[in-house]
Design a protein around this ligand. Sequence first.
Ligand code: 5AD
Ligand code: SF4
Length: 439
Amino acid sequence: MADPKKLFIKTYGCQMNVYDSERMAEALGASGYVTTERAEDADMILLNTCHIREKAAEKVYSELGRFKPLKTANPDLKIGVAGCVAQAEGEEIMRRQPLVDLVVGPQTYHRLPAMEAVVQAGGRAVDTDFPEEDKFEHLPKAPRAKRAPAAFLTVQEGCDKFCAFCVVPYTRGAEVSRPVARVLREARDLVERGVREITLLGQNVNAYHGEGPEGTWGLARLIRELAKIDGLARIRFTTSHPNDMEDDLIAAHGDEPKLMPYLHLPVQSGSDRILKAMARKHTAESYIRLIERLRAARPDLLLSGDFIVGFPGESDQDFEDTMALVREVGYGQAYSFKYSARPGTPAAEKTPVPDDVASDRLQRLQALLTEQQRAAQAAMVGRDVSVLFEKAGRLPGQMVGKSDYLHAVHVTDPRAEAGQIARVRIIASGPNSLAGELV
Ligand code: 5AD
Ligand code: SF4
């Protein structure tokens, strides 16, 4: 038998891209590909791209340029661009970069095997449709290999919120939820393959409204059903919009033990004026009230958020309002960004805040968020938490896992095994992780 062809996938951006890259590898697995960690060994290179911020497309073009020597050395090498830059740029990628053989958007990668056949025959293939069919149902069946203990599962895709700064509604398309039965089937399959923790993914995951028995199910009902799967120990979900936090989902944080006490709930700004300009459709006050309700349900909930500074029109006072909100809420973890104008979005038409002002604000906000993150980690020292071990650490005998609160925890103990959930006493806090010992 011929050696299997090798596939190198480089993934940019969000967790959904990580999930999509796994699915693309499986789809091409059916065409005889195995994955490799080394681009130099590959018969096919796929860049799974992100378009959310900064000069995303430019970065992809320069990355592609770097593959030129590989293509010269191996003329049979096929190069593809997938993900949100592929969706946004389409054919333009082929025009600007002749070494690209294949362009596939986030909603059509189930067609990769057919596209691969076209490029193997010497052609070029572009597919950036938003098809009617469910891509997940049309993916070639993957061999049922053992899986790592923590997995992602996409339950919802796309977004209808149209925040003024965001490309997601254009690149990922309208909001679509996968039917309940398909999600449950995939979850059971993951658990049979060794998965103990599932993170439900969606660009707007708490807007989930999948067809199920007795009509449409919300995310809370889906989580409660998933929690009945024996062997599944932990459930998380990301990422959410404040306006879709239904009552039952808030309640589930208090009464569903498998739902982990960590919530990523982006607010973007603490200024009502800016929130309005961003078309977020909530206020700083309504967000804070929501956090209070969540904390009433689950007092130890660790909160995470996203922030944008320097949105067009943001004044010093608007920025101070964001700082005040951060102080009031107290985040355990956060992501903050300087606003970047995305072509085709409404905010891109507006006059930007001077770059040095935005950079200054970002620095101040990040200093505050880092301080809060450190404090949240330091507060874990001396506590016993449960840790799901995922893989060996860098040091000999070390295992790394995640606590309930999603902190990375290192333990050096020969008894610690991947896939095991253990009680761990936290003994020290580093910049981005905790150290502990088995209780
Ligand atoms: N500029 C800066 N940050 C952005 N985000 C989304 N669009 C932009 C943009 N144009 C951030 C938001 C979002 C996160 C995924 O990325 O904070 O929640
Ligand atoms: Fe983008 Fe999130 Fe707003 Fe949807 S809710 S438009 S994904 S920022």
